[in-house]
Design a binder for this molecule. Structure first.
Ligand SMILES: Cc1cc2nc3c(=O)[nH]c(=O)nc-3n(C[C@H](O)[C@H](O)[C@H](O)COP(=O)(O)OP(=O)(O)OC[C@H]3O[C@@H](n4cnc5c(N)ncnc54)[C@H](O)[C@@H]3O)c2cc1C
Length: 416
């Protein structure tokens, strides 16, 4: 269980901390990394920081393939389950049968369940940037927060699209002039049994809209692949057309291109690494996938089985290995964005993909890019073992670089 040490109002005391692993961002990606570290016999001192309490601010419509919640022991957060998705055009509706069900879930419950599987100290603090890096290999990095500095040799940026801890040399991600989509949704009360997409240029010409039922509410929103296209009025139009009330706005920028997964000794995961999938803007499954992969790399460091530099290289490489799939989806995103305004072409394309065998094959290929079954081997994998040293429960859990030169053997690379 995480140790809570949150501070609000007058209790908001200064922070000045040292730890083995600092995870910035307590949502899907960050909490998954923490979960993976919890089973390490090295018992690293893990600190998680977020500007909000865990689960306080929903960051998505929260639809995900069910097997991922089964894998992570999170099914208690499920609100509703769907065996198909219906795509609506201005005139017609097409139903895709899914090879595995999608579920919608309660964000707060899921985050708390995920956090409960971790072992970390949690602090509410806004991450503002990074301090100067130490000169020696493996030296701690300093992360600056609005409550003070936190130092750790292993630092994870799971802060979302803004990529707050990006290397200074990297161009800032500046919407709308960046590889970003934009999404906005409302959460009116109501019930429905249909997981629905709207490919209708009346709402958005270069993108899609959705209505995702989740128990007693329906998450209705609009996503534009073109970040210049505003989505508030279209969202209001769609909600009105569906006969619902616009309550509880929630929106954000959504990356649709992979970014370097490491930089200046920081590990990036989830939206900060551009892991959200193009075309569908499905970002929870990738945050889980790469969160597990990164958590395992970090475990090997704290257990002395590889150095931080080796982990940086391995993790960057396994993320980049997915680049072809991301590029392919980006091409499809451009294609779909191009045909939404052309009703006849759109209708023909949807008609061609709805027969059950075609739909199953297409969705299986899409879901197979990051399948939950990749991780069904349990919490630990066969990682590097050469040069291993016993964990020292008294001392810092991160191995100095020089002690593990023998650990370079590339074994058990997660990801593919
Ligand atoms: C409207 C909308 C609907 C979506 N629906 C779906 C969906 O149904 N299914 C799906 O798979 N994907 C969906 N997505 C995409 C999905 O939400 C993201 O890809 C996913 O949330 C990424 O997870 P993450 O952990 O990387 O980042 P986030 O979930 O964005 O979490 C980032 C965390 O960092 C914290 N943070 C940010 N900046 C700071 C800071 N400076 N200091 C401290 N803390 C900070 C935030 O409070 C947050 O807790 C949707 C996106 C949008 C915008």
């Amino acid at each position: 269980m995480p140790t809570r040490a949150t501070k609000r109002g007058d209790d908001r005391t200064p922070l000045d901390l040292d730890c083995d692993v600092l995870i910035c961002g307590a949502s899907f990606a960050g909490l998954t990394v923490a979960r993976e570290l919890a089973s390490s016999p090295a018992r690293p001192r893990v600190v998680v920081v977020d500007r909000y309490e865990i689960g306080e601010r929903q960051t998505s419509a929260c639809a995900v393939p069910r097997p991922w919640l089964e894998l992570l022991g999170l099914t208690d957060a499920i609100l509703q389950e769907f065996g198909s998705i219906t795509a609506h055009t201005a005139r017609d509706a097409f139903e895709w049968e899914l090879p595995e069900p999608f579920v919608t879930f309660d964000y707060g419950t899921l985050c708390r369940l995920l956090a409960a599987q971790g072992s970390f100290a949690f602090e509410t603090a806004k991450v503002e940037g990074r301090g100067p890096a130490g000169s020696s290999p493996g030296a701690p990095l300093t992360v600056l927060t609005d409550r003070g500095p936190v130092r750790a040799p292993l630092v994870v940026d799971a802060l979302g699209w803004r990529r707050v801890l990006a290397p200074a040399a990297e161009a800032a991600i500046q919407p709308p002039e960046a590889y970003l989509s934009r999404g906005l949704e409302v959460h009116p009360p109501g019930r429905s049994d249909e997981l629905a997409l709207y490919l209708d240029p009346r709402y958005v010409p270069d993108g899609y809209s959705w209505s995702f039922p989740a128990g007693d509410e329906v998450r209705v929103g609009v996503g534009s692949f073109d970040p210049h296209h505003h989505v508030k009025d279209p969202t209001l139009r769609l909600v009105e057309d569906l006969g619902r009330e616009p309550e509880g706005f929630q929106g954000n920028w959504i990356p649709h291109r992979l970014r370097p997964a490491t930089g200046d000794a920081v590990f990036f995961v989830g939206d900060s690494a551009g892991h959200c999938l193009p075309l569908t803007a499905e970002g929870i499954r990738p945050a889980f996938h790469f969160g597990i992969a990164l958590g395992r790399e970090l475990r090997h460091v704290v257990e002395g089985r590889q150095t931080r530099e080796q982990a940086l290289r391995r993790y960057a490489s396994l993320s980049a290995q997915k680049d072809p799939a991301y590029r392919w989806l980006l091409r499809l995103q451009r294609l779909v964005g191009g045909i939404v305004p052309h009703r006849r072409t759109l209708t023909a394309a949807l008609r061609a993909t709805t027969p059950a065998p075609v739909a199953r094959r297409a969705w299986s290929a899409y879901l197979g890019t990051l399948p939950a079954s990749r991780w069904s081997d349990g919490p630990s994998d066969a990682g590097p073992t050469v040069g291993a040293r016993p964990a020292d429960p008294q001392g810092p859990a991160v191995a100095p670089e020089v002690e593990v030169v023998g650990a370079a053997r590339p074994v058990g690379v997660p990801g593919d």
